[in-house]
Design a protein around this ligand. Structure first.
Ligand code: HEM
Ligand SMILES: *[C@@H]1O[C@H](CO)[C@@H](O)[C@H](O)[C@H]1NC(C)=O
Ligand SMILES: *[C@@H]1O[C@H](CO)[C@@H](O)[C@H](O)[C@H]1NC(C)=O
Length: 491
């Protein structure tokens, strides 16, 4: 359905319900914000360019902490590095709850490590971190897996012999294969039909996630859920991914060797077996399915989209790409694969990757949190379960921490001697107890993929750098860069 039709429908339904039910009750002492209409909330303050733009304008009026009614429900917005830190780090436990994202709610419910809360979340998070660290990758380290994938990619790129291509697909392949290695214990060939289908589903789900219609749905899911819309499409996509995961789990069960767990699924199945007499165990089938789905959804489009923005930035700023290549040549040379321990000697490359993550601003309004108990914050009282959005974009563009917040400039992370400079406001993975569970893996991927590609290829485009438009194609819960063509020229 057209977004405008959705909006109109939302309006009509809202007014009808309004006539029947009257005003909702206020509770607690929430931060200030625009006066909500009953049920429609702050719809009138919403900007057609999406949630982030709507919030930006309100911040000018109400300051760093304010309340917006997304439809009928109040959500507390945190703007700027200070406010986000004060909440997510200084009151880490209180702000560690997970809110909902309406468009995926019917599939995830409260299973899996992204959307679970309380003891379930703690158990799954602990298990996942340990598994990815210790066993998940079989006999080989994460580093070796990524290096192998990088080698396959370079081989594939050579086949193009410098002809232009849209890099979306291949960048998806490599990041998806890392998650496949963790979860299924195997990587797929870039021509494998089932793999291609999965990639297409991941791409569709991230686009839908980032779309305008999903943001409208977020506001009025209470009644829009009864109509066709992005949530129905999303459920269909996710169900197909779940079917695939289900088949794989069955295959794992049939070939499970308790003394030799091959991957995440094996490790989980063994845990399930161990706890099968515990009626309260969190290690059951439903949590396995949704946890694996969570890893794919959180771990493939995120890294690949960041890389895709990164190479677009290299086309826009060729002198930056050249400086990175110079550093690669000096530290790694041309006959050895870049390795993680080379990072410490490559401050410029590190600064460029930080700046790519800052500029691409992948999850601009953060992933919704909620408070786990009644919480005092900056003189306000947020009742238990109040939703909180840490607006990561506002930290990544914080003028108190970055000299030119809206400009791509690796100097943001370099001191006068060219050494890497840490910056508290760089939080693309969020901060606090809910910080991205894949941060380490993602950072390793970004470094190894980025350097291995630039070690072997120069990048160019038929579009003049000054005509390259960096503005995103979609910006909602995620930000999607514009589609572009790039040539990889063997060095
Ligand atoms: C550049 C790549 C990535 C970015 C920018 C990113 C960003 C984020 C952000 C902002 C969150 C929300 C944190 C919060 O609730 O405050 C998150 C959560 C999460 N990410 Fe990532 N992520 C990336 C890659 C990955 C990868 C590769 C994996 C898996 C291996 C992954 C798995 C997860 C999971 C499971 C969560 C939920 C954690 C929880 O709720 O406890 N992410 N990520
Ligand atoms: C990159 O190029 C160098 C020099 O041509 C070569 O030795 C190296 O194996 C290449 N890397 C990959 C991953 O193919
Ligand atoms: C780069 O990493 C390789 C492989 O670990 C190592 O042999 C080499 O000494 C490193 N080079 C520098 C300058 O750190």
């Amino acid at each position: 359905m057209e977004p405008s039709v959705l909006l109109l429908l939302a309006f009509l339904m809202g007014f009808l319900l309004l006539l029947v039910r009257g005003h909702p009750k206020a509770h607690g002492h929430l931060p200030p914000g625009p006066r909500p209409l009953p049920l429609l909330g702050n719809l009138l303050q919403m900007d057609r360019r999406g949630l982030l733009n709507s919030f930006m304008r309100l911040r000018d009026k109400y300051g760093d902490v304010f309340t917006v009614h997304l439809g009928p429900r109040p959500v507390v917005m945190l703007y700027g590095t200070e406010a986000i830190r004060e909440a997510l780090v200084d009151q880490a436990e209180a702000f560690s709850g997970r809110g909902t994202i309406a468009v995926v709610k019917s599939v995830f419910k409260d299973y899996g490590m992204i959307f679970a809360n309380g003891e379930r979340w703690k158990a799954l998070r602990r298990f996942s971190l340990a598994t990815m660290r210790d066993f998940g990758m079989g006999k080989r380290s994460v580093e070796e897996r990524i290096q192998e994938e990088a080698r396959c990619l370079v081989e594939e790129l050579r086949k193009y012999q410098g002809a232009p291509l849209d890099p979306t697909f291949l960048l998806q392949c490599i990041t998806a294969n890392i998650i496949c290695a963790i979860v299924f214990g195997e990587r797929f060939d870039y021509k494998d039909r089932q793999f291609l289908r999965l990639l297409d589903l991941f791409y569709q789900s991230f686009s839908l996630f980032s779309s305008f219609s999903s943001q409208v749905f977020e506001l009025f899911s209470g009644f829009l859920k009864y109509f066709p819309g992005p949530h129905k499409q999303m459920s269909k996509i996710l169900q197909e991914i779940l079917d695939y995961i289900g088949h794989s789990v069955e295959k794992h069960k049939a070939t499970l060797d308790p003394s030799n767990p091959r991957d995440f699924i094996d490790t989980y199945l063994l845990r399930m077996e161990k706890e099968k007499s515990n009626p309260h165990t969190e290690f059951h089938h439903q949590n396995l399915m949704i946890s694996v789905l969570s890893l794919f959804l959180a771990g493939t489009e995120t890294s690949s989209t960041t890389l895709r923005y990164g190479f677009l930035l290299m086309l826009k700023y060729p002198h930056v790409a050249e400086k990175v290549q110079k550093e690669i040549d000096q530290v790694v040379g041309s006959h050895r694969l870049p390795a993680l321990n080379n990072r410490t000697n490559m401050p410029y490359t590190e600064a460029v990757i930080h700046e790519i993550q800052r500029f691409s601003d992948l999850i601009p309004i953060g992933v919704p949190h909620k408070v786990t108990k009644d919480t005092l914050f900056r003189g306000y009282l947020l009742p238990k379960d109040t939703e909180v959005y840490p607006i990561l974009s506002s930290a990544l563009h914080d003028p108190q921490y970055f000299a030119q917040p809206d400009t791509f400039n690796p100097d943001h992370f370099l001191d006068a001697n060219g050494a890497l400079k840490k910056n508290e406001a760089l939080m693309p993975f969020s901060i606090g107890k809910r910080i991205c569970l894949g941060e380490g893996i993602a950072r390793n991927e970004l470094f190894l993929f980025f350097t291995t590609i630039l070690q072997n290829f120069s990048v160019s485009s038929s579009v003049d750098p000054k005509d390259i438009d960096l503005s995103p194609k979609e910006s909602g819960f995620g930000r999607v860069p514009p589609t572009y063509q790039i040539c990889f020229l063997a060095r």
